[in-house]
Design a protein around this ligand. Sequence first.
Ligand code: NAP
Ligand code: GLV
Length: 313
Amino acid sequence: MLLVHLSDVNEADWISRLAALLGDYPIVSRNDRFNPDDIRYVFVWKPLENAFEGLNNLKAILSLGAGVDALLRHPNLPRSVPIVRFVEDDLTRCMSDYVVANVTMHHRCFTRYRRDQRARNWSQYYPPAARNTCVGIMGMGVLGQDAAKRLLALGFEVRGWSRSPKDMQGVESFSGPDQFEKFLGGTDILVDLLPLTPETENILNYEMFLKLRRGRLRDGPVIINAARGGHQVEADIVRALGDGTLGAASLDVFQTEPLPPDSPLWELDNCYITPHIAAISSPQSGAAYFANVVLDHEAGKPLLNVVDVERGY
Ligand code: NAP
Ligand code: GLV
């Protein structure tokens, strides 16, 4: 039996889509009456504290989130049950759309021309060619590699940084803490697609911004964070956007979400804020993914996209 425990999203929509795809396989919501011993899979988003209570026969926990940092911090998470995270083409495409939109906006100096427009100033500054602009992607997993492919097709120079080296045609690979500075030193537009772990917390800070390449983008290097707010020190971003250490920032995620009304980030004309919408898990394609996880595993196939709990992603 599959138990659905989704907070803060349209749970009924997910259940009806999943039920249609699961055939005879039973599905219940947390408000239904059921015997906890019958639950083999629990599908969660923002699970309440008692979400796993009495679920002693779980085969897998299914995470609606692609990122599992919050789930791994759940105080009552059953540590021995595998967690399957959301990895799916529509979500990946959506994230790459966000990355491409923001990279191209900054590459074409959107902030500068908007300021000029407001000042009725006609100033013909020509942005550098894409081939002379390097996008550095932190996190070369499912999302980072797809974004890299899309940016390469647009002619950008692309480099990636991950824990282990990658062999991707056209992308210069950097790995581990030892190669981090070298990676930053050739990056004009930094894209963050890392998971949130103890190693990556607060990684986007003022000292790090100082290490990005200067001179290619006339108004300074740019950061784009579509990963997790826990990566960024927001006071440092405000300072760097104000003193020219950074030319601009696109932020989809924040230390506190929703972003509090008194955050100074709202006021900055070189800060582009979106409300954690870069890539949402849509019920249309998501239900098919999770129904397959259950049916395939019931048919004896191994679970895919299982989180390494020790690594934290
Ligand atoms: P993934 O496939 O697990 O990839 C993670 C990448 O980060 C891997 O390349 C990994 O290196 C690298 N990495 C992890 N820790 C590192 C470290 N300490 N130093 C250097 N590299 C490190 O994850 P994904 O599916 O691409 O998703 C990435 C993140 O995007 C998620 O965790 C989530 O937080 C975020 N996300 C945000 C949204 C949104 O709407 N804003 C939507 C979906 C996901 P290895 O390859 O060597 O393991
Ligand atoms: C969204 O942020 C996700 O991790 O899926």
